[in-house]
Write a protein that binds this ligand. Structure first.
Ligand code: GLV
Ligand code: MG
Length: 356
């Protein structure tokens, strides 16, 4: 147990005070790039104008012999880029790997003032977060950083899922959690070979027709990730952290990618990873509230006045609980409107009238 009175105090003398509330900024797409690749590096200044989050990946997908190049490339890019309104995140190597310690020892002093969030893969329990938390505090103090770097955990081991609530509440730095369906499938010994999405074999079937043994029996594919996403969303919202869907590996299947992202959005996630430029626009579309929902939500809030009692609006019952849902929708639309003028117009929201 951590002493709750000390929860938001720095863990090292001279380190910045960690935030009690996570700054909520649009993070609809977390776009992964390989910082060891010079062809990607030249695209960064243009990319950041289009993205909510740009993430330099040091972990899986970066070959062992490119790990140092990726780390050094990241530092150079961070130092030379004005990220504007976009956030800059880093996925470090996993804590049991030969690279994790040097990732933090190198990047925090050299680029810590540019890094909003460090994504920690394969988190098993709160002990992993405590370790990174303490080390970050020491490094921030040594580097004289004025702002705490936040931590994002990937939920991608069976043990991590079993400990997800404790992971979310392990540190005030906990910004959010992403589902990592590929590693999680391996850790759980699931019999799949995909990166996220559904599987045609995971289905339910209607009973046989007693009068006709040859009659077709309808099937419906089920969602392999429902349980984990639901658990992650509850753990995050119970602790003031943000839930995200992770990667969708079938890049050519934009329809299924959109479906997977939308399921996550409807269940409460605020964003997903984009592994390819084509997934950036899918995430932007899905994780921005639909204008017609925003306009309906505004109508309900207006019609409900002080929010108490019950009314019927176009045949639908409204009460305190529907007003609360509508307020979630409108406040999320306001957040997006501050970043996205075209959507602000569609929502009928003037960003100039909103508080920072
Ligand atoms: C992501 O890292 C995954 O394993 O799905
Ligand atoms: Mg993974």
């Amino acid at each position: 147990m951590r002493n709750p009175r000390n929860f938001a105090k720095p863990l090292a003398v001279g380190a910045p005070t960690p935030p009690i509330d996570i700054p909520v900024r649009p993070s609809r797409m977390i776009h992964f790039f390989d910082p060891s690749n010079p062809r990607m590096a030249v695209k960064v200044p243009e990319l950041v104008t289009k993205l909510d989050v740009l993430l330099a990946n040091l972990e899986d997908a970066i070959q062992a012999e490119k790990k140092i190049e990726a780390r050094e490339g990241l530092i150079k890019i961070a130092q030379g880029t004005d990220f504007g309104d976009a956030q800059f995140w880093v996925r470090m190597n996993s804590l049991d790997s030969p690279w994790a310690l040097d990732d933090l020892l190198r990047i925090v002093p050299e680029a810590g003032d540019k890094i909003d969030v460090i994504m920690v893969p394969k988190v098993e329990g709160p002990w992993d977060i405590h370790y990174v938390d303490q080390l970050l505090a020491q490094l921030e103090a040594k580097a004289g950083l004025e702002r705490s770097i936040l931590i994002h955990a990937i939920l991608e081991t069976a043990q991590g899922v079993a400990n997800v609530e404790d992971i979310c509440s392990a540190s005030p730095r906990m910004q959010g959690i992403s589902l990592g369906p590929a590693d999680l499938a391996a850790s759980r010994r699931m019999k799949t070979t995909r990166v996220g999405g559904g599987h045609p074999g995971y289905l339910v079937r209607t009973d046989p027709n007693p009068d006709d043994e040859n009659a077709p029996r309808t099937t419906a594919q089920q969602d392999l990730w429902h349980y984990t996403i639901a658990r992650m969303v509850d753990a995050c919202n119970a602790t003031g952290t943000l839930p995200y869907y992770g990667p969708f590996g079938d890049i050519a299947d934009s329809v299924a990618c959109e479906d997977q992202f939308r399921n996550a959005f409807l269940m409460g996630c605020v964003g997903a990873w984009s592994l390819h430029p084509s997934q950036i626009e899918i995430a932007r579309k899905v994780f921005s509230p639909p204008p017609e929902e925003v306009s309906w939500a505004k109508k309900v809030i207006e019609a409900m006045g002080d929010g108490t009692g019950t009314i019927m609006l176009e045949g639908k019952m409204q009460d305190d609980a529907t007003v609360k849902q509508c307020k979630v929708m409108v406040s999320y639309a306001e957040l997006i409107a501050k970043r996205d003028p075209a959507l602000a117009e569609q929502y009928g929201i003037d960003p100039a009238t909103l508080e920072d």
